[in-house]
Design a protein around this ligand. Structure first.
Ligand SMILES: N[C@@H](CCC(=O)N[C@@H](CS)C(=O)NCC(=O)O)C(=O)O
Length: 232
């Protein structure tokens, strides 16, 4: 049996969605973020030393695995029977691999930096808070926002060429890409404004029945409506 160690409002939502797309049976172990720090509870450390979600355990093979991309590859290789991935030895497969790894390797770092620099002034001691604010604002406008724009324009261009990332068929690479797009929409980084293909992508994924079933099982997920309202 597969168990998803699921943290609220987190990347583990993608794994629930993948399992619903594959129509596999699974259990969920729920974990709640600390409301002040937003960090995962200590109990997740008992499953994996980094205590980051998602983590899965699979009793078939006694597997414990973290990292969304690795989990997705593991699940589709072991249980997919060719579903949600292009055939190997095809150009689509290479593009599929690219987006699967790009999501966490390249798209998420500037989003994380935006989040951290957005929080920085509030974390600084009161007397230096105005300076912290100016520094954070400068780093965001000179370094982070231009990088984010580069990525968001790249998503828009890619989705204008094909219906999905990595081709015209829906693959697990799109499940992996959902989080950066949802997070960019939530960060008010302007992901949707003037990017109709990004908005339409969010609208399409949020309307998939497997996505809805994953929401039903996983509980509240703050990103579920991000972007959808603006889409056609
Ligand atoms: N690259 C990792 C990132 C894992 C990660 O940072 N997960 C976040 C949830 S979105 C987390 O567990 N945060 C809580 C914490 O750091 O304590 C993956 O894709 O699995």
């Amino acid at each position: 049996m597969i168990t998803v160690h699921h943290l609220d409002n987190s990347r583990s939502q993608r794994i629930l969605w993948l399992l619903e797309e594959l129509k596999l049976p699974y259990d969920i172990q729920f974990y709640k973020r600390d409301p002040k720090t937003m960090m995962a509870p200590k109990s997740l450390r008992a499953i994996h030393p980094l205590s980051k979600a998602p983590i899965i355990t699979d009793t078939d093979g006694n597997v414990t695995l973290a990292e969304s991309g690795a989990i997705i590859e593991y699940l589709i290789n072991k249980y997919g029977n060719g579903r949600l991935a292009p055939a190997r030895e095809t150009p689509e497969y290479i593009r599929f691999l690219y987006w699967l790894h790009y999501a966490e390797g390249s798209a998420m770092p500037p989003l994380l930096l935006k989040l951290i620099f957005g929080m920085l002034p509030k974390q600084a001691p009161l007397p230096i808070r105005p300076f912290a604010f100016l520094i954070a604002k400068g780093v965001q406008s000179k370094l982070i926002n231009p990088q984010l724009k580069l990525h968001m324009d790249y998503w828009e261009h890619s989705l204008s060429e094909n219906e999905w990332f990595a081709g015209n068929d829906f693959t697990a690479a799109n499940i992996q890409m959902s989080f950066p797009l949802e997070a960019a929409a939530a960060a008010r980084a302007g992901a949707i404004k003037n990017r109709p293909h990004v908005a339409a992508f969010l609208h399409r994924i949020h309307n998939r029945s497997a996505y809805q079933r994953a929401l039903h099982r996983g509980g509240a997920y703050a990103y579920a409506n991000e972007g959808s309202k603006a889409a056609p």
